[in-house]
Design a protein around this ligand. Structure first.
Ligand SMILES: [Zn+2]
Length: 334
């Protein structure tokens, strides 16, 4: 009796699972081993290095930021992730004239996994890597803001590269864009959209990551959450894909509080994705909300929740996988 019941339940479950699979979602199963290459250990080691004092708070144009750029470049070289620029050049230079007064020339750092079927279509995954520098003996290490997003990009790039080496690379190209001068007013992304490495119309979406390693006060009870901002603004297909991907994988609580029209915090306008959205490129901004260490010298790496960071990075990887591999390019709402 029991066994029969279990069998019936099992069949029922199978039916539910198969009817749940939306037609536009490519098989995520093949992505699992690559998502699993995004480990807590690697995220932690890299984040501790990137937000250490030796990077002096990564102030745009200064020694610490240059050192951080070099770290990113060498990380990609070590892992066999190529640059879209050729000649082993991973830097997109930004002249000081374009930047606010008294800011020295700086650079975005770019890496690239070329698509196998539609290489001309580009998914951009971005995170700013600059921060507030130092004041006297205080160093603003910016562990959450935005070493968390920076290491997310490195790990996602590694996962896609690994997939490519196993013959399962993305159909479309994925550009990893580490932006500078965000803290001064989104200058790195502004420069990128004015000087894109590929025709702007071929940029199919931007997933922007800025602060994903901490928990804010409103989620102390259920910390398995992430704020998503902007997903439905230009392409409702992107929002649906993002929701379906989450349900089929990590099943985090996706919080849309800051996505509301007229939200007083205006986060939609406050990080680099905004320069893509302005150009009619669908975006998702991933964010953990603010906390007591926001923009203070106490935003340090031991305060990051690495288990949660891993889940969030894996979710973004799966979402990127689905965007890059779907049959038809995401369409923009009428
Ligand atoms: Zn930030």
């Amino acid at each position: 009796m029991k066994q029969t019941l279990f069998f019936v339940l099992f069949i029922f479950q199978l039916l539910c699972l198969s009817s749940f699979q939306p037609p536009e979602t490519p098989p995520l199963k093949s992505a699992v081993p690559f998502a699993n290459s995004i480990t807590i250990e690697e995220l932690k080691t890299t984040l501790f290095t990137f937000s250490s004092d030796s990077y002096e708070g990564r102030y745009t144009g200064e020694i610490g930021q240059k050192k951080a750029a070099k770290f990113l470049k060498e990380h990609y070289q070590k892992n066999g992730v190529l640059t879209p620029l050729g000649n082993n050049d991973y830097y997109q230079e930004i002249p000081s004239l374009f930047l606010p007064e008294n800011t020295k020339a700086s650079e975005n750092v770019v890496a690239f996994v070329k698509g196998s079927i539609k290489p001309e279509e580009i998914l951009v995954i971005s995170a700013h890597y600059d921060h507030l520098g130092s004041k006297g003996t205080k160093i603003f290490n910016g562990a959450d803001d935005n070493s968390s997003g920076t290491v997310a990009l490195l790990e996602i790039a590694e996962a896609f590269q690994l997939a490519k080496e196993k013959g399962l690379g993305p159909k479309r190209s994925v550009l990893f864009l580490h932006l500078t001068a965000e803290e001064q007013g989104l200058y790195g992304s502004k420069w990128y959209v004015q000087n894109p490495l590929f025709p702007l119309k071929n940029h199919i979406a931007n997933l922007n990551i800025d602060m994903i390693g901490r928990i804010d006060d409103t989620h102390l009870e259920n910390s398995n959450y992430l704020y998503l901002i902007g997903a439905d603004k230009l392409s409702s297909e992107l929002h649906v894909l993002s929701e379906q991907t989450n349900k089929a994988t990590l099943n985090l609580t996706l919080d849309y509080t800051y996505n509301r029209k007229n939200d007083p915090n205006r986060f939609f306008y406050r990080s680099d994705h905004y320069n893509f959205a302005k150009n009619n490129i669908p975006v998702i901004f991933y964010f953990n909300g603010v906390h007591e260490d926001y923009h203070l010298e106490t935003d340090t790496p031991e305060k990051i929740n690495y288990e949660l960071l891993q889940k969030r990075v894996q979710l973004i990887f799966y979402t990127a996988w689905n965007i890059a591999n779907r049959e038809i390019r995401l369409t923009i709402n009428n």
